[in-house]
Ligand binder design. Structure first.
Ligand code: AMP
Length: 409
């Protein structure tokens, strides 16, 4: 299987080569022909499956024909990061096609977006809230939209965007092609999809199940020893880029600061940061300035960093869906990854649910000395730290970081 089977315009084929895709992923194999045909699609697929290109490539192909200079494709995404990532992919894949894309989201000034809209584009990638601002301000005209993509619909629902989406739909022509993507399909999402799609082709790619390229391990922990466990793991594991999830913004901030104190190259990513700070954190993580990114679930949506070797759930996610989404950050596009989850006694119900979805028992590991020894390095973030809690010597830290495949600096 190769991309030539889709007979893309040579300019799009060139862009695919340049971006480095050689073999279409399963969702691309099944989704691209559907979209090229102009059919509606319901895609049950998680992030990391290559779904962005599965809709962008045929969309670009179709937009190359016909009228330019008005918005013909609208892509809705739950977070700025995801919107920006889709937009960037549209720019990369659309290079040479003459099709232009604009991203629209809150947290940054409106002025530049209004200017870009005036200059014209065929694709708009938007978060619902800011898009509605532009609609009510009269700076955007959606009457020419022929294609609508709703990405990560379940996450939109979790984030309370359904009323916004319903309002936006009123501004779009009734006759259009609609592509609807979600990693899960609870009843509310099903109803939304039923109301938006006409005779859709259903494409399901391992929905609700974490990627097969990821191996899962539970680390038995106690609430007050998680930080020590994390340090031990970082010191003894051969890691590349590591993404660590915590439950709250505060814990993210604290943990990032603690790891930085230990000499790790780390950034935090949480919802209280302004857009430019988020961008710096994500870009730094992508380009290797940081080895570790500590994040909350919401802030981490849409991070497109394909070389994440480890996802560490410092705090257990609140649902199996959240687990799937977190883990979707590693093992992307056929790469392998490892998922470590810290498990305390209160996490047992979620452990059972995760194993239910994975349909297998997950290996348990433990560091008995870390759990027992109250004087091993560091303290739990948020509880302060005594001098005694620091590692005994720099060489120990250095050794750990060397093992982690990074040179000290
Ligand atoms: P997505 O599910 O759209 O977030 O894509 C996940 C990752 O896979 C991104 O880093 C893409 O750049 C990458 N990707 C998408 N399609 C392919 C492909 N056919 N071959 C290799 N990598 C791909």
């Amino acid at each position: 299987m190769s991309f030539t089977q889709f007979s893309f315009d040579p300019r799009i084929a060139d862009a695919i080569r340049q971006i480095g895709y050689t073999v279409p992923t399963p969702i691309q194999q099944r989704g691209i022909p559907v979209v090229l045909e102009g059919r509606d699609m319901l895609g049950l697929a998680q992030t990391g499956t290559g779904k962005t290109a599965s809709f962008l490539l045929p969309l670009l192909q179709r937009l190359m024909l016909g009228r330019k200079g008005r918005i013909r494709a609208l892509i809705l995404a739950p977070t700025r990061e995801l919107a920006e990532q889709i937009h960037q992919t549209a720019v990369d894949l659309g290079k040479g096609s003459g099709v232009r894309s604009i991203s629209i989201y809150g947290g940054v000034g409106k002025h530049a977006q209004v200017g870009a809209l005036r200059r014209g584009a065929e694709i708009v990638v938007a978060c619902p809230g800011r898009l509605l601002d532009h609609i009510s301000g009269g700076s955007i005209n959606l009457s020419g939209v022929e294609m609508l993509v709703l990405d990560e619909a379940d996450r939109m629902c979790d984030m309370g965007f359904l009323p916004d989406i319903r309002r936006i739909l009123k501004y779009l022509p009734g006759t259009r092609q609609t592509l609807f993507f979600s990693a899960t399909m609870p009843a509310e999402i099903r109803r939304l999809a039923d109301g938006m799609l006409r005779d859709p082709v259903f494409v399901q790619i391992e929905a609700g199940v974490p990627a097969k390229t990821v191996s899962h391990t539970f680390y038995l922990a106690s609430h007050d020893r998680k930080y020590q466990l994390l340090l031990r793991l970082l010191q003894t594991t051969d890691t590349g880029r590591v993404l660590i999830f915590t439950r709250t913004k505060r814990r993210t901030r604290k943990l990032a600061a603690e790891l930085k104190n230990q000499g790790y190259r780390v950034a935090g990513l949480q919802g209280n940061m302004v857009q430019s700070q988020r961008r710096r954190a994500i870009d730094g993580f992508r380009n290797g300035q940081y080895d570790i990114l500590v994040a909350t679930d919401v802030a981490a949506r849409g991070i497109d960093v394909s070389e994440i070797s480890h996802v560490i759930n410092f705090d257990m996610p609140e649902s199996v869906d959240a687990y799937t989404h977190r883990i979707g950050r590693t093992g992307r596009a056929e790469r392998t990854g490892e998922a470590f989850t810290f498990v305390t006694h209160t996490d047992r119900p979620m452990v059972r649910k995760i194993e239910g979805v994975l349909k297998k028992a997950v290996e348990r590991r433990t560091f008995p000395d870390v759990l027992r020894n109250p004087t091993s390095s560091g303290d739990t973030p948020g509880q302060g730290r005594s001098r005694r809690g620091r590692p005994q010597s720099n060489s120990r830290r250095t050794r750990g970081r060397r093992r982690a495949g990074r040179s000290p600096q």
